[in-house]
Structure formats: structure tokens, C-alpha cells
Design a protein around this ligand. Sequence first.
Ligand SMILES: Nc1ncnc2c1ncn2[C@@H]1O[C@H](COP(=O)(O)OP(=O)(O)OP(=O)(O)O)[C@@H](O)[C@H]1O
Ligand SMILES: [Mg+2]
Length: 322
Amino acid sequence: MKTSTALHIVSGKGGTGKTSVAGALAMSLAKAGSKVLLCEVEGRQGFAQLFETEPLPYEERLMARSEDGGEVYVLAIDPEAALLEYLQMYYRLGRVGRLLDKFGIIDFATTIAPGVRDVLLTGKVYEAARRRVGGARSDFVYDAVVVDAPPTGRIGRFLGVNDDVAGLAKVGPIKSQSESIMTMMRAPQTSVHLVTILEEMPVQETLDGIRELEGDGIKVGSVIVNMVRPPLLSAETMAAMESGDLDEAAVSAVLDSVSLPAGAASGLLEGGRAHIERQELQNEQHNVLESSGARLLTLPRIAGGVDVAALGELAPFLKELA
Ligand SMILES: Nc1ncnc2c1ncn2[C@@H]1O[C@H](COP(=O)(O)OP(=O)(O)OP(=O)(O)O)[C@@H](O)[C@H]1O
Ligand SMILES: [Mg+2]
């Protein structure tokens, strides 16, 4: 029974892994048996790349199926197509819409003001999250909608654009639709997740993002700490390096005892020190995030980057969100 559709909005600093995390989250939800719609809104064809398919048209495509009957559909939301669809749906302007398109008016409307794009994009997400299989009391089509959303710098405006519209329109269907969208953005079944890596700038941007969104009445569900490097050295080894007990002579002796070139010792120690330094920086940033009180979920760094197989590896780390 799909008596509600969960909405997961994935944002974060550019390049921290929003597209990968949105994909992994969709897989994780499907593994739990859900029917999921994974949407992208930036016209970048990120999911076509990730799932190694041709560019996706404006159409919900089945991309993956889990053993438990869960499914991931993918949709690249295009604001121009969304506007045509909207005109057709609400005003039955199919032919007129195509004519407007021919004269470049649709293009004009969707590029002239970034706000208009955001209204159309969030409008389509709203439509998918509210779609039912039949009449008003029937089940929802999707258990969950996952959005690969704009980065933190633009997420407040993207999610809040309908507040502005509701404020502009005095009465009528546009006002009520934009109010309904804002209600959905602030509803308990909606969560905004911010992806970050454990470096100073993205962590700061995450904290700013939490503050901005919460100021707009939108709650951040969790911070997804991505590309975390696991510690490779034991606490004893680190202590021995720090105290100087594990010096070049000691490492050379060990290398020599297993017939490896003793000359590699200084390079190994150098690598070890760099690793410890990176771990310390990671820990520092982890503490900063923890002090913000946000719920943290950690994803490991996958060697070689994220492809379809890696999505399956990352999915279990997100199952708390299912
Ligand atoms: N957990 C991970 N382990 C290893 N590599 C990762 C991980 N997550 C993401 N990446 C890699 O980092 C790069 C950026 O990831 P992705 O495209 O998902 O980020 P993004 O935030 O969507 O970027 P953009 O801001 O450009 O949209 C990609 O090459 C991806 O494969
Ligand atoms: Mg992306």
C-alpha cells in the first residue's frame, strides 16, 4: 500500500557526490522493496552517464529492479517539456503549446527568469510525488521520489521559489498550487539531505546550508558524509610513528627480514605520515559536523569512482533512510 510518497531532496556543494548519492539512495530504497522515481533537474544527463545509457528523454524509464520487487525509474526533468506538459494538462493547450514552442516562446519563458525554471521543475516533482494510480483515494504511484537537486548555493531559492509565487499571486489556481508545493516541501515525509566531504569548505557550506534552509522552515534530514577514507593504520602503529619508535631503521629491518628492498622505508614512512595527516583533517571536520547536531551518515570512498556497481556498494550505507 502506497499511502504516501516520501520525497528525498539531495543537495550539497558541487562535486561532493550529489548525483552518486541520489543514485545510491534510490537503489537502497528499491532494495527495501520500494518503487522509486529518481529525478534530475539540471539538464546535465547525470543519470544517463551514471547508468551508462543514452541521454534520457523527458520520460520515466525503468532503470533497475531489485530482487524484492523494488524498482528505480529515472526521469530527467526538462523545464521546457514540463511547461508544455503543464499547458496541456491544465489548459488543454496541446497544439497551441507546440506553436508557442515553434516561435521560441517556451524557450524564452524557461530561460528568461531562473525562477520560472524552478517553478516548473519543482512543479513536476510535486506532480510525481502526488500522482495516484487511480482516483483520489487510490494508492500513490511511487513510494519515494529522489531528486538530484541544485547545489547548496542555490537550494534555498530552488525549494522556496513557490513561496515567492504564492506571495505574488493573490488568488486562483497558481496561488493554491504554489502553496501546496511549499506545504509538501515542509511536510514530514520530505527530507533534504546535504552531501559533503570532510574538507573545510564543503563542511562550512553544509553548515551554512542547514542554517539557510531551517530559516526558510525547511528541515535538513541528514548530512551525508561522502568519500570517507578508512583508517589504514592501527592506533599502535600511529603511536609508534609519533613517538619515533617506528623510524626508518625499524622499518628497513622489517622490510629486510621479508626480503623487500630496505630502501623503500623512507617512502613508506612518508606515505604513513601523509595518511595520518589526512585522517586528522577528516576527524577535525567530522567533529565540526557533529557539533551541528545534524544526523550524519557516512559513505566510504570507492576506489576508481562511482559506477553502477558502486551504487550497489554504497546503497547499504543509506538504508537508514528507507
Ligand atoms: N563515495 C565515492 N567514492 C569515490 N568516488 C566518488 C564517491 N562519490 C562520488 N564520487 C566521484 O566523485 C565525482 C563527483 O561525483 P558526483 O558527480 O556524484 O558529484 P556531484 O555533486 O553530483 O557533482 P556536480 O556538482 O558536478 O553535479 C564523480 O567522479 C564520482 O564518481
Ligand atoms: Mg551532479
